[in-house]
Design a protein around this ligand. Structure first.
Ligand code: NAD
Ligand code: MG
Length: 389
């Protein structure tokens, strides 16, 4: 089966996460079109084993080396090869047993395997927005050099990508990224200072991994997405706009030079953009719930409250400054989010940590890849020292 050329062989990096598990549902529903060739997890060995037994991939990688023996033993009676450790992620990404990488690792950790996949000519379905935030110039340059398509999975960017199909000759005036506003829409700092992890993890419309859920509550997620959009669609900062749209039905919009606006709509379900990215340029029939316009009676829009949700302003600054500033911001944000999740700092402290890190770590206008790695490390150390981790 797997050798047949019409089957797209998929490597899911981060298969045990929110995106990864939903991608496996898509693959299971369309096993005449896709096979799961590589699956990787960081620490969740039990789920990785379960997935391997069900999907019989060629290779699995467990990031946590202490769990290697458990995974190896559990899969001893299968043909699946087992690897462990961070460097194995890069080695496996370079192998030629697959066609498309779904980059669904969360955070900076996704950057290096994705780079390897690009350098070995794989199609990239990109969920991991942090990869473009950290080193978007290098990633996009390499994608051109190796003639690799980068198809966005993030719902907003998938929407814009879909709006741009057939518009290659037409100039974009601006894009409008929609944001749900997260669980704390309309709240003010005196409320936010007391919110706890459990509260912040309750997203009104989407069920996602913990890091992106906190990023959605602080609006950093939209900040990261502005930078992601700049690189994916080759835009200037002035061409990127954010509007709050609490219903999450319009996933984003493109305004062309003639003033016409195209939008992509759908129920909030990540399986749709995941399926679109895996199957592109085809659309595949599925049984996902359909929208009923008789039941959606209001779609509303408002300006983001950037005085309260200051992360969006910081991201705007990073977007404008460019160079290594988005990389510094991303690193500080990762440290701050995990400190908040462990109840070490409060909700508003996250912004202060990011702001101070951005003001301190040396700015580099045109960093090399090595310099991005160094800036990431410096920013992490500085932010961790601030929090006294
Ligand atoms: P998640 O936390 O649910 O899953 C993350 C996956 O990455 C897991 O499989 C985990 O094992 C793996 N992982 C984590 N740290 C790792 C490390 N250091 N090394 C190797 N593997 C590691 O995250 P998610 O919500 O699925 O998000 C994944 C990415 O997709 C993020 O970049 C996120 O911003 C983006 N995204 C997610 C959604 C969503 O609905 N969940 C929507 C749009 C974009
Ligand atoms: Mg998104």
């Amino acid at each position: 089966m797997k050798e047949q050329s019409h089957i797209k062989r998929i490597a899911i990096f981060g298969s045990t996460g929110s995106i990864g598990t939903q991608a496996l549902e898509v693959i299971a529903a369309h096993n005449d079109q896709f096979s799961a060739e590589i699956l990787t997890a960081n620490t969740n060995a039990d789920l990785l084993i379960q997935q391997a037994l069900e999907f019989q991939p060629n290779i699995v990688v467990i990031g946590d080396e202490k769990k290697y023996t458990a995974v190896k033993d559990a899969l001893a009676s299968t043909d699946t090869k087992v690897f462990a450790g961070q460097s194995a992620l890069e080695e496996v990404a370079a192998m030629d047993c697959y066609d498309l990488m779904l980059a669904a690792i969360v955070g900076y950790a996704g950057l290096k395997p994705t780079l390897k996949a690009i350098e070995t000519g794989k199609i990239i379905a990109l969920a991991n927005k942090e990869t473009l935030v950290v080193a978007g110039d290098i990633i996009m340059r390499k994608a051109v050099e190796y003639k690799v398509p980068i198809i966005p999975v993030d719902s907003e960017h998938s929407a814009i990508f879909q709006c741009l199909v057939g518009e290659t000759r037409n100039k974009i005036e601006k894009i409008i990224l929609t944001a749900s506003g997260g669980p704390f829409i309309g709240r003010k700092p005196n409320y936010l200072v007391n919110v706890k992890r459990e509260h912040a993890l309750q997203h009104p419309n989407w069920n996602m991994g913990v890091k992106i859920s906190i990023d959605s509550a602080t609006l950093m997620n939209k900040g990261l997405e502005m930078i992601e959009a700049k690189w994916l669609f080759n835009l200037s900062p002035q061409q990127v706009e954010v509007v709050i749209h609490p219903q999450s039905i319009i996933h984003s919009m493109v305004q062309f030079e003639d003033g016409s606006v195209k939008a992509q709509l759908g129920l909030p379900d990540m399986k749709l953009p995941i399926q679109y990215a895996l199957a592109f340029p085809k659309r595949i029939k599925n049984d996902f719930p359909r929208m009923d316009f008789n039941k959606i009676n209001t779609l509303t829009f408002e300006e983001p409250d950037v005085k309260t949700f200051r992360n969006l302003m910081l991201a705007w600054e990073a977007l404008n400054k460019s160079g290594n500033m988005p990389c510094i911001m991303n690193a500080a944000n990762e440290i701050a989010v995990y400190a908040f999740l462990r109840n070490r700092i409060n909700f508003l402290d996250m912004t202060d940590v990011i702001e101070q890190t951005m003001a301190t770590v040396p700015f580099i206008e045109q960093p090399t890849l090595e310099e991005y790695f160094e800036s990431d490390g410096e920013a992490r150390n500085f932010a961790a020292d601030l929090i006294k981790l």
